[in-house]
Design a protein around this ligand. Structure first.
Ligand code: G3H
Length: 287
């Protein structure tokens, strides 16, 4: 099987994006895998620190490997938003394919220094790295002038990101261009595509990542891919689909106590969201 770098480079060259889909239990994972299998798409599975603590780092790797060997699909695993070197070192040692160090709230100098440590450790193990410059935020954390948007100084500074990439040697960069984690009833995130263009101009080789993929308008996603985004992270939309459907299933049949009888509709709901994203990102038939 080709490695993750191969697919990211292919996506960069052909202008499509690989989805990262987060999960914290087997039934969510089932839905994600079914979608990838059906549409023959490479995918990245994501676990945040919290998700991987709930599931277990070893267990996440074992699940990924089990599906990889069973279905023969390019399925990769990323440790998402790791805040400490120690935790990322564990994930690297255990068999994650990629680790994302989120030092975005640190001063640039410290972010660079800590990222370098992670990159050094990951490179030895042949693991890819993702870093972050600029604060991404969540739907609720950035109420600014009555709107859920980020302040200009929170966004990724193109010059700083160029310096960050040069000094750290990180493989990929998560950008803050108006995207935020979660979905907001107050409106979709508005992407600063001009800023993305400037970042791409300065960062030619490294792959660019769009976090907070939930709730971004289809046309904005397409534009971001055209401008060089090759990895898009989705979590909230999967959680919403899973939880809403599961609640409904239990409400309809409150006496049901057999998980394999009440879980399938929630699994299918996750599958549906992932299929839509794969089609939008253009990763169908790219294995
Ligand atoms: O790293 C995870 C993502 O960026 C998820 O964002 O919950 O808005 O889809 P989302």
């Amino acid at each position: 099987m080709k490695n993750l770098q191969y697919y990211l480079k292919k996506a960069q060259k052909e202008k499509w994006a690989i989805g990262q889909f987060n999960f914290s239990d087997l039934s969510q994972l089932e839905g994600i895998i079914e979608a990838a299998k059906k549409l023959k798409s490479p995918i990245i599975l994501g676990t945040s620190e919290g998700e991987s603590r709930f599931l277990g780092l070893k267990q996440a790797v074992a699940l990924k490997e089990a599906y990889q060997s069973e279905i023969g699909l390019p399925v990769f695993l990323n440790l998402d938003h790791g805040k400490s070197f120690e935790y990322l070192r564990k994930a690297i040692g255990i068999g994650y394919d990629m680790v994302h160090f989120d030092g975005s709230r640190l001063p640039l100098k410290d972010n660079i220094a800590e990222t370098k440590e992670v990159v050094r450790c990951a490179k030895k193990a042949g693991v890819l790295t993702e870093g972050e410059v600029g604060v991404i935020g969540t739907d609720a954390s950035k109420l600014y002038e009555g709107k859920f948007i980020l302040k200009p100084e929170d966004l990724t500074n193109p010059k700083e990101s160029e310096q960050y990439i040069k000094e750290t040697g990180v493989d990929g960069l998560a950008v803050s261009i108006g995207n935020f984690h979660g979905v907001s009833i107050k409106g979709n995130p508005k992407l600063d595509t001009e800023r993305l263009k400037q970042i791409r101009k300065l960062i030619k080789e490294s792959f660019l990542v769009l976090h907070g993929g939930s709730g971004i308008k289809k046309q904005d996603i397409k534009k971001a891919i055209k401008l060089g985004i090759v990895k898009i992270n989705i979590n909230t939309e999967l959680r919403l689909a899973y939880t809403k459907t599961l609640k409904k299933a239990l409400q309809i049949n409150p006496k049901e106590t057999t998980p394999y009888k009440y879980l399938p509709s929630a699994i299918r709901a996750v599958q549906k969201v992932v299929e839509e994203k794969i089609l939008l990102f253009g990763s169908k038939n790219k294995i």
